[in-house]
Design a protein around this ligand. Sequence first.
Ligand SMILES: Nc1nc2c(ncn2[C@@H]2O[C@H](COP(=O)(O)OP(=O)(O)O)[C@@H](O)[C@H]2O)c(=O)[nH]1
Ligand SMILES: [Mg+2]
Length: 325
Amino acid sequence: MIATQKLINGIKFGDKRLISKAITLVESKNPEHRKQAENLLEQVMPFTGNSVKIGITGVPGAGKSTFIERFGKLALNRGKKVAVLAVDPSSSLNKGSILGDKTRMEDLAKEENAFIRPSPSSGFLGGIANTTFETILICEAAGYDYILVETVGVGQSEVLVSEITDVFLFLKIIGGGDELQGIKRGIMEMVDLIFINKVEDENLQKAKNTKLELARALQFLQSKEKDWKVPILLGSALENNGLEAVYEKIDEFVSLKKKSGRFDEIRKEQAEKRFEYWVKELILQKTKTENSAENSYEQHQKNASVLKKNPITEARLFVEKLLKI
Ligand SMILES: Nc1nc2c(ncn2[C@@H]2O[C@H](COP(=O)(O)OP(=O)(O)O)[C@@H](O)[C@H]2O)c(=O)[nH]1
Ligand SMILES: [Mg+2]
């Protein structure tokens, strides 16, 4: 185990190897590691809060990894530091996808001011690693200006990513079915910006139609932020076209939110949600480890699974015994 102070220094000096080690520590479920991780986070907290966290969603194959690679380079060219957290569950399920992402991101990873963290192999919660919030804190403390979080429309992953990022970007491709791409699954209510990707000469007209449809769909939704009309931009990540406009729009969004105070307000709400998450998580962990057999979580859960029994009653009985009410 590497000493906490060494890891902290590594984070402060932007030593990528030690940043990686610190993230591995934060991801660990081992109780000793958890203690050390908590201590480490406590000490790096004063250095957090200065990044722009961007969540990027879209169906597999929409071009998220390609987009991130290009966007990352753009930010580097402007003198920024970039961290990429890939929490694409398809990457760990499908070896081909890992290789694809690896080659795509390799170029970026070689850059001094870029840091790439691939998906952890376990610990997914509906597609997003349940420690991504904490991983982001480490990247922030390490001085990364942009933290890009790639997710995919599986289960709750989009909601979770939108709850830990400042800007939520939806990468859409032409056609492919709106339902599949999440129009009806509530993504549209979470997004701050839409980028229609893979728009090249031959399909420009189709892309414009898609944009009109999207704009119409957005009209019927309550906008997430009162003072912001979700922009729909067109471009091609592959041909490096249209990414500057995305960069500018993100800048504009962040400036606006900072000016109005919403930026910090949203971050505070996110921290509150994170607190709630950990309360539930830690109670659940304790209940599973520190109970006698007849009062055990498993026993009550088994009782609840008898179909004529009411799960709410079993849950209440269990909690009452646990808290000795
Ligand atoms: N034609 C075209 N292909 C693209 C574009 N962006 C990505 N692709 C290709 O689409 C495939 C999937 O890209 P990837 O970035 O892995 O998508 P992800 O699954 O959303 O991360 C790859 O073969 C890319 O080369 C684009 O703008 N135009
Ligand atoms: Mg990808």
